[in-house]
Write a protein that binds this ligand. Sequence first.
Ligand SMILES: [Zn+2]
Length: 158
Amino acid sequence: MKPRVPVRDIPPERKALYYAGMAAGAIGLLLFVSNFFVIASGFDDPFAMRDRSGGIVARAFGGIVLMWIGGGMMNVAARGLAGSGLKLDPEQARRDLEPWSRMGGGVVADALDEIPAARRFVDDPSDRAVEVVRIRCPQCRALNEESDQFCGQCGGRL
Ligand SMILES: [Zn+2]
């Protein structure tokens, strides 16, 4: 078991990517919405409208693509490369998803409950410190369970 680096927060580079994605999405939305104003302004001038139609298609398409890319960037930033499935690395996915699961208030953990294999990424029992109390036999120095009354090695009273 590798020592686990606790992830308290989403790394700054992922936060930057998230906001960049948000900005790209916002620009895409503005680009897309701007068409309605172009179309509205063209109603009184059908000839000018015809000249603009190419620009409208480019704007609508560019807007949709920008929104799509922006959404993708936000998704990757929030879940991490491995967490969003772009990179197949279960160990990293767990670390990437950790701040995200915390943000979701356990919603992700609840959903993963359905899949036993995936559950291990969220709640790995090996991560928890297991405290085992053992008793050393005063006669032979063998280690015994806390609940034992007699030594398993020599049979002496503990
Ligand atoms: Zn003993």
